[in-house]
Write a protein that binds this ligand. Structure first.
Ligand code: GDP
Length: 369
């Protein structure tokens, strides 16, 4: 009797007979696995392989080439965006590259936003922001890839719009695209085991194809790097603190003109002109907020960045870019957005300034909430 061999990924008993059953691995793969001491079933091998090759980053030029290529094929384009960093996740010019292909917008990380926020309102707001940059998505779907919510709904909507065609999934880095693809894989793998992932060798455009049951494919593309996001200036440990991983608890501040709020040592908000009013901060619950007088704020920052005002921590202060100032005159309820870090909602008219590390975008937009 031969000894049982188990997959080191999922623990299934390895077998080489029945493709449809758990633990299947081709004979040749089993032999290789035994040689190296690492035996995976085919499904786990593919999932693992998928994760390994996912971390390919592209240059802007490669990405443009890829987008052009997508524009000239007949496909559904699924654009994944991070709702928490909406401005930072829009791909400029996507509507031009899409050509006549429909674009389905997927707003991911919906679990982070306050539950009180109505989904219909959020979708409407996303549509409006898309229209401003010329993008007209055929539909907008909200997901939480991390919680695997709404995967079936998403697949149904994709099925409806793709109409037998290939599906290209595009997005900037950090929007949760790979988490989403993995959630799709695990949602479909159990059902009919159609999942195979493969890399197309010989091109710089690494892409990962997941066959769909009618012969078309769902194609994952590498994430494009959006350089003006806070994430590129932070150490990994700080990123964990500034990226919300659960529902944000908005923090309300009553401010007079002449008052400043620090968001750790990463960003600064000055209320320059206007009546006393409330401001709401939407950022990671872990981020320390500090109120002070605008007059002293620069000295205060120089003295306390790295200790009271963290992140950055003392070790990283020397490398951390200086804060740059952007001033805005606000007329309607607006959000002052620090790319990738969060935003501050301003309800009443006034003049404000936002400061962020040099290179990180600070923008004003119509209020989301
Ligand atoms: P990619 O660069 O677009 O492939 O993004 P990843 O899948 O690597 O995800 C980037 C970060 O966002 C990781 O820390 C994920 O854990 C997190 N993330 C992804 N999806 C979600 C989500 O639905 N909700 C939350 N809260 N975080 C998510």
């Amino acid at each position: 009797m031969t000894e049982e061999i188990r997959c080191i990924g999922c623990g299934a008993i390895i077998q080489t007979e029945n493709k449809e059953d758990m633990g299947y691995t081709p004979k040749s793969a089993l032999e290789k696995g035994l040689e190296s001491g690492e035996v995976y079933c085919q499904r786990c091998f593919r999932l693992r392989h998928y994760n390994d090759i996912h971390d390919v980053q592209m240059t802007d030029e490669d990405f443009l080439r890829l987008l052009n290529q997508i524009g000239s094929t007949d496909a559904l384009i699924v654009n994944v965006v991070d709702i928490f960093d909406f401005n930072g996740s829009l791909i400029s010019g996507l509507h031009r590259f899409a050509g006549n292909n429909p674009v389905l917008l997927v707003g991911n990380k919906v679990d982070i936003l306050p539950k009180s926020l109505k989904r219909g309102k959020l979708i409407q707001w996303m549509r409006e922001r898309c229209h401003e940059v010329g993008l007209r998505p055929v539909d907008v779907v909200l997901t939480s890839a991390k919680k695997k919510h709404e995967m079936q709904e998403l697949l149904d909507v994709i099925e409806e719009y793709r109409d037998g065609r290939d599906v290209y999934v595009v997005g900037v880095t950090n929007v949760g695209k790979s988490t989403l693809i993995n959630a799709i894989i695990s949602a479909t793998a159990g059902v009919d085991n159609v999942i195979t992932t493969s890399q197309f060798p010989g091109t710089t455009l690494d892409r990962i194809e997941i066959p769909l049951d009618d012969g078309a494919s769902l194609i994952d593309t590498p994430g494009i790097i959006h350089r003006h996001q806070m994430a590129h200036y932070l150490a990994k440990k700080d990123l964990r603190l500034t990226s919300p991983n659960k529902e944000i608890k908005p923090k309300v501040y009553q401010l007079n003109a002449g008052q400043t709020l620090f968001l750790g040592g990463l960003a600064r908000f000055d209320y320059l002109q206007g009546e006393k009013t409330s401001f709401v901060v939407y950022a990671s619950n872990e981020l320390y907020l500090h109120r002070t007088k605008t007059d002293n704020a620069s000295d205060f920052y120089a003295k306390h960045v790295g200790d009271l005002l963290q992140p950055p921590t003392q070790d990283d202060v020397a490398e951390f870019p200086e804060l740059t100032r952007f001033e805005f005159s606000v007329k309607e309820p607006s959000d002052l957005v620090f790319a990738g870090l969060g935003w501050i909602t301003i309800k009443d008219p006034g003049v404000v300034a936002g400061w962020a590390p040099k290179g990180v975008d600070v923008v004003i937009r119509k209020a989301l909430i």
